[in-house]
Every structure is written in C-alpha cells, then in structure tokens.
Design a protein around this ligand. Sequence first.
Ligand SMILES: [Zn+2]
Length: 414
Amino acid sequence: MEVHLGIDDTDSREGMCTTYVAAEVIERVEGSFKPPELVRLNPNIPWKTRGNGALAIRGEVSDYGEFKNQVLEVVRSHRMKGSDTGVYFSKKDPRKNPEIRRHSRKTVRSVVDPEEAVRLARKEGDVVSFGSGRGVVGALAAAGHKFNDMTLELLAYRKKRFWGTARNIDVQSVWNAAELYPLVWDTVDRKHGKIVLTPNSPCPVLYGVRGEKRWAVRKAHQKIRGEEPEKNMVFRTNQGTDEHIIKRDLNSIEPMKSVETTGYVDEIPRTIEGGHVLFTIKSGDTMVDCAAYEPTKKFRNTIRKLSHGDRVTVIGGVTDSPMTINIEKINVLEVARKTKEVNPSCPECGRNMESAGRNQGYRCRKCKTTSPSKKTIEIPRELTEGWYEVPPIARRHLAKPLIRIEMNYDTKQE
Ligand SMILES: [Zn+2]
C-alpha cells in the first residue's frame, strides 16, 4: 500500500539532522521507497533550528501499522532531547489535497499556526508529536509539498564516532569536484577561495553536494577525499529554487517573509558598525532599508556602487524594526546618470577657467577666453545593469543561484 511520511524537527543546536533520520528510515524500515525529499521552509522564522528543513518519504509498504511502528522506532532513537519533533503519516497522497498543498506553500513563504496544522494533518492522516509538537507544521508541509522547480543534494554522513569532531576533508579534492559546475553548484566559493559544502554544526552531515543531475552530484561526491563517510543519500529538494520569494510592491512587504520588490535607490549605501552595508530604496511614498551584511563579503563592493536614482529589484528576507530587506539578489534595472558641475575649460589651452567674479562667468587668465557658466560633466558609473547575487559562502538554502537561471535549470519540469 501507498504511504506518505513527513518528519520535522529532530535536531537541536547540539546535534542530529532530520535528513539523517530520513536516511535511516529508508535504510531500516521495511518497504520500497522513492528518493527522500528535503523541503526547506521559511528561513525568516525566528524559532527555527538551523536550516529549517523538513523531510518527506513516499513509497509502498505491506503493513501500515508496522510501517508506523518502525518509523517511530527510528525517530525515537535519533531525535535530540528538547526537539519539537513532528511525524505525519498518510495512506493518501497529501499533495492531492489542495488545503494541505496550500499549508505547505504557506510554510515555505509565511508563518503557520501549529494548531491549525495539527487539525489539518489529522483530517487525512496520523500525527505523532514530541515536545511542543511544533514539528507537525513542517512534517505536514513536507509530505504535502509539490515541487515546481527541484534540485538535488547528495548528503554524505559521518561515522558516528566522528560526530562532533572536526571534519577531515581534502580541500583540493573539493576543488576537483567543483569542476562539475554548473551541474553541481555551491560546493566552493571561487571569489573567496573557500569550500562551502560542509556544515559548521556538530551534526552527522560530512558534506552536501548540490546540483541538478543525479550522476553529477554522485560524480562530484566520488571525487571528494578525506574522512570515509558512513553512508550517503541523494535528496530531492527545493533548495536553490527561490520558492520562498513573493513578489510585492514596496508598500506591502511584511516582516518574516521573503520578497521581490522594485524601487529607486534613495539614500546611498553607507557602511555601518560590523561592516554591514545599508541603503534605502523608495517606491511611491514608501522607503525601506536594504542590507548586504558583513558575511556577504565582496558582494558589498557591488552594493557600494549603487547611487541615488538607480532603479533596482531586490530579492530577500524582510526583518522587523526597522523593516529591512536582507538582500539575496539584486537586479540593477537602470543605472542613473551621475553628473557634477565644474568650471569650464579653456578652448585654447584646455586648462580650467577661473571665476571672473560674482555673476561674471569664467575666464582663462592666460588666453583671455571667457565662458558664461559652469559646465555639467558626467561622472562615469562603475556599476552595470544586470543581476548580482550574494556569494555561495553567504547564500541561503532556498536562494536560487543565478547560474540556474542562466542555464535554464529552473524551468525544467519534474
Ligand atoms: Zn586658456
């Protein structure tokens, strides 16, 4: 019989990773399962743990009751104390239920009421929760999630005795693996000379290879040397898809959501304490701050080139007090002309003329040439129109790398 499973929130800052629990379910539970799905949820929720990802597993089993027991055994043996684990089981495909699909979409883009999630989950399935049970929100969202755009991530897991210790990965081998770009991406950050495929947490993940094709993420994985992984698994994910982004006019953006919005640069970029770069965009009467934070490193140099009057579309998460858009990508639509008034130059000798006195115009002392007024010259702009993105070292899980757009990877159908 057909089964659909959602799991969320088994980890804590001290360890574990719900993807590992999913990999264990597939390995240990009887049944035949499709590749697991990793669904990243709204990254702007303050109470999330780390990456805010939930897992779905679908497949065929012979005994539903036994399936549930075996899954819960795996979940219980791995979940961290204090995590708000939620597990959702269903014999019907929750992706076919429009209400659950809406819940799923809302969980990626907005804020969902946990009680509402439990009510909805119970209508068409079974819910088991631990702690506050908030994990049911993500468990149902993952199980009911339909991909419009999809990427892959191969996750390699560490042997248990290494959990919590420093990861041993041959850096050069990661650069070799990165040659599969653009079919794999965000393994390294070329501009900053850093490898980015390892987490910084004490979780079981050794590294993750993100990309478009199963053979490509596998091939990249095979090139990586160092600590021998315990196992690996390829997940289908909404990472790198911009599924969290909502198009909004500047006057209707809200905190805890991620938006795409357009305006004119009003206050020019300024660097504040901590190295963060802020500027203000304006549309109609609305003005909102936009930020390129310190971890975005060299991206801030691009942002610093913005000038008053530039027309831009920004994509990013919205935070509160004061309302600020945390830029993930920016499209410079129009670079404004920038001019300044200078003393005219002499047509004879080419030197700058001097003022001939108040309201007397300008003159060249040597050649006796005159000119009635200052002249306007254009200041060359260093910025060109087009898209710019934060580097891989600072990219959010859900943020779509520009290369996926350039290669049309984001328009392929599932
Ligand atoms: Zn002259």
